[in-house]
Design a binder for this molecule. Structure first.
Ligand code: SF4
Ligand code: SF4
Length: 316
């Protein structure tokens, strides 16, 4: 169930990156060692029903042993999801090698107009190899006037017919670019437009965590439902585990709490510890309406992103 951060290095420097407090160059660049990796897998395996692992970074394909790590997990019957931007020189090589194995790829794509020649070559070669194993994810930014490129990429490379949409969330330190409350209605409108266009291509939207349901009007929520892309987003995360083996709840809350995985007997125990730590803050809610809202539950809206709530609560 965990997200393994194989490295805190990344080939991109996205202004919206909510991992930047935890990444190089802000911290020293570090790859997860073989010893740490194998100890974490042994720890996760103590919960036999946990057979799913996410590999992320930074950019996981920058880890020098990425291929061996994937093979090690597959040999132990884990299902793997890789979170990658596919823009590294290694990405097309790994995409080709792993394309026919049970590995899913969630591909964080910036608009193609922002790619340089090398990034374009790597991303396009990787997508060509991965096909339906790759699902596009991206953040909708208020100033972007076109998100239809995602539909064009899915058609051109025969990718998974689903797009994961994110609202840009803040780090707890506010160090990245993120959406202010007044941006939400602008972005919500763009999401609805994309859902309507996507439906014509039999493509559906899914959603990253932290999108408050009330960013959308009742009418917009109805359109999302009708187009087969109903909003479904809460504030509940798999734990991320850093290259050193430190667990955090999620990258935006990386500076709030961290504990080494070895302090807990099992992954579920670690997850419970973090939920108990964060629960008192959840009562703050995003607005005064949250107290009366039936969606104020972890698997539903839960007030949107807790990092954003805490960032706004200046007296905590
Ligand atoms: S605080 Fe909640 S919504 Fe925000 S990134 Fe973490 S899990 Fe997602
Ligand atoms: S829980 Fe709060 S933020 Fe979410 S929909 Fe309800 S009122 Fe809005």
């Amino acid at each position: 169930m965990a997200n393994l951060m194989l490295t805190n290095r990344c080939n991109y420097r996205c202004s919206y990156c909510f991992g930047m407090d935890f990444m190089a160059p802000r911290l020293a660049g570090k790859n997860m060692s073989a010893e740490t990796f194998e100890s974490i897998v042994e720890w996760i395996s103590r919960t036999p029903e946990n057979k799913s692992i996410h590999l992320m970074g930074g950019e996981p394909t920058l880890h020098p042993d990425f291929e061996h790590i994937a093979e090690y997990l597959l040999a132990r019957d884990f299902s793997i999801t890789v979170f990658s931007n596919l823009a590294t020189a290694q990405a097309p090589v790994y995409s080709e090698k792993l394309a026919d194995l049970p590995v899913s790829w969630v591909v964080n794509i910036n608009p193609p107009s922002s790619w340089n020649d090398e990034q374009r070559r790597n991303i396009e070669a990787s997508l060509r190899a991965l096909k339906h194993h790759a699902t596009i994810t991206f953040n909708i930014i208020p100033d972007d006037d076109d998100s239809d490129w995602a539909i064009r990429l899915i058609e051109e490379y025969n990718l998974n017919r689903s797009i994961k949409i994110g609202f840009v969330l803040p780090t707890l330190t506010g160090s990245n670019y993120f959406l202010e409350d007044e941006d939400y209605s602008v972005v919500a409108e763009k999401v609805v437009k994309l859902a309507q266009e996507a439906e014509k291509h039999d493509i559906r939207l899914e959603y990253e965590c932290g999108i408050p349901t009330c960013a959308f009007t009742e009418e917009q929520l109805g359109i999302l439902w009708d187009t087969g892309s109903p909003l479904n987003s809460g504030c509940c995360s798999r734990l991320d585990i850093s290259p050193e083996g430190d667990c955090i709840y999620c990258l935006p809350l990386a500076t709030k709490e961290k504990r080494h995985f070895s302090e807990f007997t099992t992954y579920p125990e670690a997850k419970r510890w973090f939920e108990n730590k964060l629960n008192p803050y959840r009562r703050l809610g995003r607005t005064e309406n949250c107290f009366r809202c039936t969606l104020m539950q972890p698997k539903f809206c839960n007030g949107g992103c807790l990092a954003k709530i805490l960032l706004n609560a200046k007296n905590i």
